[in-house]
Design a protein around this ligand. Structure first.
Ligand code: DAH
Length: 348
């Protein structure tokens, strides 16, 4: 093997031994770099005769080309190896089983609210929504609550450190009853003029309410659903019919009993608590309180912007949380608001 063949063989061995692009560039410098073997050979030609220069020069050039070809090959091989290593490192195991996706569902109290809206809707009741931060005028004064009524105290009601444009104190509404006043005032003018033949005010207002209270059957945030039916000739008889229909439909039984127990609310006179009793099941025969109700007090009708000599009707307030507990047999109200999926996923 002549010296040139040896150089090519040496380059091939060195290039093969290079395992990274940097090592390969170092090896290349040893052959074709400024002080590399091939470069030195070219420099050494100065001493040769013109005849020798021709053949030797051609031979050295050919050697250089072969080395460069080897170099190119090795560069491609290293790049390819690097790519393969990267692909391997980033590989995804597509045969792993997926995590699956579970379907959510409506909260049990939301189901009850939808059910209440649907049943009262079928009886011709409108559904209204109102503010949760409410004036104390709408919450108490307009509803005939005297100034010194205990419900107005800080112990019972969350007050907000703000006032409305008219300078009235604000609170988190302690019941949905302010919606009687808001809705009736909004519709009173239209009603009095009987513009589009609207015969009566008939509305329910479900939503969140707040009180300073917390135990197994009381939560500082809870739900209520207010109801109001005002007309020229609406009586307790209608209230009884509506409630009987509603509760029997809600609990899907015609055997449910209702009783009206005399009570007191400042905004109704007379007032009654409504109790129901199931004819079968675990609660069979027990009277369960489900709503407050009564004939709207003339002072409140006046605050609606209507003449109490002409307009009369009833109002009621019930607790959708309580109805949900009875319907699904839940005995701790707090379960509804803790967000525990083990509880909630049972209602999917
Ligand atoms: N607002 C009352 C409460 O929170 C419930 C209530 C009772 C509402 C009688 C009414 C009613 O509209 O007529 O305890």
């Amino acid at each position: 093997m002549n010296d040139l063949e040896q150089i090519v063989a040496g380059a091939a061995a060195d290039f093969a031994a290079a395992l990274t692009p940097a090592q390969l560039e170092d090896a290349k410098a040893r052959f074709t770099g400024k002080t590399g073997l091939v470069t030195e050979l070219l420099k050494g030609m100065a001493k040769l005769s013109p005849e020798e220069k021709k053949t030797r020069g051609a031979a050295i050039n050919e050697t250089k080309q072969r080395i460069e070809a080897l170099l190119g090959e090795r560069r491609r091989a290293l790049a390819e190896a690097e790519l393969q290593a990267q692909l391997k490192a980033e590989a995804l195991d597509v045969t792993l089983p997926g995590r699956g996706r579970s379907l959510g569902g409506l909260h049990p109290v939301s189901r009850t609210l939808e059910r209440i809206e649907q049943i009262f809707g079928s009886m011709g009741f409108d559904v209204a929504d109102g503010p949760e931060i409410e004036t104390d005028w709408h919450s108490f004064t307009a509803l005939n609550n005297p100034e010194n009524h205990p419900a107005r105290s800080m112990q019972d009601t969350f007050y907000v450190d703000m006032q409305d444009e008219a300078g009235r104190p604000l609170c988190l509404r302690p019941h949905t009853s302010p919606m009687q006043v808001r809705y009736a005032r909004q519709h009173a003018a239209r009603y009095a003029a009987n513009l589009d033949g609207m015969p009566e005010i008939r509305v329910i207002a479900p939503g969140r309410t707040y009180r300073v209270d917390s135990d197994a059957t009381h939560s500082p945030m809870f739900h209520q659903c207010e109801g109001l039916w005002i007309g020229e000739n609406v009586s307790f008889k209608d209230l009884k019919a509506v409630f009987t229909d509603f509760f029997r439909t809600f609990f899907e039984t015609d055997e449910l009993e209702l009783r009206f127990r005399p009570s007191f609310f400042p905004f109704t006179e007379p007032s009654a608590e409504v109790d129901i009793a199931f004819a079968s099941g675990p609660l069979k025969g027990r009277w369960l309180e489900v709503a407050g109700s009564g004939q709207v007090h003339p002072n409140v009708v006046r605050n609606y912007g209507l003449d109490p000599e002409k307009y009369i009707g009833f109002a009621f307030g019930m607790g959708p949380d309580r109805l949900t507990m009875l319907r699904y047999g839940v005995n701790d109200l707090r379960l509804f608001f803790e967000g525990d999926l083990r509880f909630l996923s049972q209602f999917k």
